[in-house]
Design a protein around this ligand. Structure first.
Ligand code: GDP
Ligand code: MN
Length: 395
């Protein structure tokens, strides 16, 4: 789960990392009041995605009235696909340098990686792509964490590859970055965070290091260890937050393996490989899959019914392709589940079924008796569902 910036900064403060004083605002009046209290402010969209600055979701305001109108502009606007429900109004920083500091998982090395760069700020993606040598890295021992001497080396590496002229003497960076990196690393471990990032880590004109932005992503598979935190953030037990796809949150709540893909062909299959193959077949026929849904091995009628119900929650779905290879999954169980679902759910879109393997004949017979004609081949089924959707067929 991705924390919003103000939530992530709360976590940073809890380990003693300095952040600007700020107030959360849900309307322009509150933003103005915050600016009256704080002076020159920056008004920032609270959406669970980066790149807000470039999208116009971060605005400086010198007066309370400017804060009011910045808030008016940003609230409700679309920032990279998210409409903005709230703002963080923070005292503006006098920036002399923007550093990048991140702790993330390096899957190749099977370790956490700490990354530090003096080329931080909004262009960090370009830096990572075009001049990765400007980002210094450290892979701490998982049991010991980063040692001060390793962090000092990281800082020196970052300084020597940084590009521009650093604004502070070397000793000042060493002195402040060693504890800061240790704290961020400890936080990432305590939160089971796949990403803890401060970008920009601002060096102020007065020479202090302050977190200008914060991104924290708690690893989904570890969310059960953080119920208290998630609860405090107002996130429901299924781990849904404003940053998650609502259909995927619902699927998780229902215990289904589902990924929302955004097209209009609903997909149900058994086994991840078969489902991916099914996505390819649909794509090859010029269709766009709405989702990935794997009912797994040995699914009973009930699971099939729930899967179909889930796929149909997506209002974009204009047809459903069920592709079953019966091994331990039995064709008659699948057929029963589909028929039950159809009878209970009032399905208004075409349903195309391809089924082979164990109890195929029994399954076919049940489907045919219920008026559902199974397709002879997977490719044929893919073609059929795409054609039916193109023709605007109803169930
Ligand atoms: P992001 O684009 O979503 O990563 O949002 P950030 O919070 O990182 O803001 C983007 C950029 O806005 C930063 O890189 C800064 O250059 C600028 N910015 C953010 N906060 C302040 C601030 O308090 N003062 C000033 N002068 N600039 C800021
Ligand atoms: Mn940022």
């Amino acid at each position: 789960m991705k924390l919003l910036e103000h939530q992530a900064k709360e976590q940073l403060r809890s380990v003693g990392i300095e952040c600007p004083t700020g107030r959360l605002a849900r309307n322009p009046e509150t933003a103005r009041a915050a600016a009256e209290e704080l002076g020159r402010v920056v008004v920032k969209a609270q959406v669970p995605i980066g790149g807000r600055g470039k999208a116009g979701g971060v605005k400086l305001a010198g007066t309370p009235e400017e804060a009011f109108s910045a808030a008016e502009q940003i609230l409700g606007m679309q920032v990279r696909g998210y409409s903005v429900p709230s703002l963080l109004v923070e005292e503006a920083l006098e920036i002399s340098e923007e550093l990048y500091l991140g702790v993330t998982v390096d899957r190749d090395r099977r370790r956490m990686a700490v990354m530090l760069s003096f080329a931080g700020g909004m262009e960090i993606e370009e830096v990572a792509e075009q001049s990765p040598e400007r980002i210094a890295k450290l892979w701490p021992d998982p049991f010991e964490g980063p040692h001060p001497f390793e962090i000092r080396q990281l800082v020196l590496d970052a300084l020597s590859s940084g590009g521009g002229q650093p604004s502070l003497p070397r000793a000042a960076y060493l002195g402040s970055l060693v504890p800061l990196v240790q704290r961020l690393y400890e936080l990432s471990q305590r939160l089971d965070a796949g990403l803890c990032e401060i970008n920009p880590l601002v060096v102020t004109r007065a020479g202090r290091l302050i977190a200008g932005d914060a991104k924290i992503e708690i690893e989904q598979n570890a969310e059960f260890r953080h119920h208290e935190l998630l609860h405090a953030l107002g996130v429901d037990a299924a781990g849904g937050s404003s940053g998650d796809d609502p259909l995927e949150v619902e699927a998780r709540r229902r215990g289904l393996t589902y990924v929302h893909l955004g097209g209009d062909v609903g997909i149900i299959g058994n086994g991840a490989g078969l489902v991916m193959n099914t996505l390819d077949l649909v794509q090859q026929q010029g269709g766009r899959a709405a989702n990935f849904l794997d009912i797994g091995g040995g699914a009973k009628a009930e699971v099939v019914r729930r899967a179909l119900e889930m796929v149909l929650l997506d209002p974009d779905v204009k047809g459903v392709f069920v592709n079953i290879f019966g091994g331990i999954t039995r064709g008659d169980e699948v057929a029963r589940g589909l028929i039950e679902a159809r009878d209970q759910l009032e399905i208004r879109v075409p349903l195309v079924v391809r089924m082979t393997g164990t109890r195929e004949e029994e399954g076919r017979q049940l489907l045919e008796e219920a008026g559902i004609t199974p397709a002879a081949s997977a490719a044929g089924a893919a073609r059929k569902v795409v054609e039916l959707i193109a023709a605007g067929a109803v169930g």
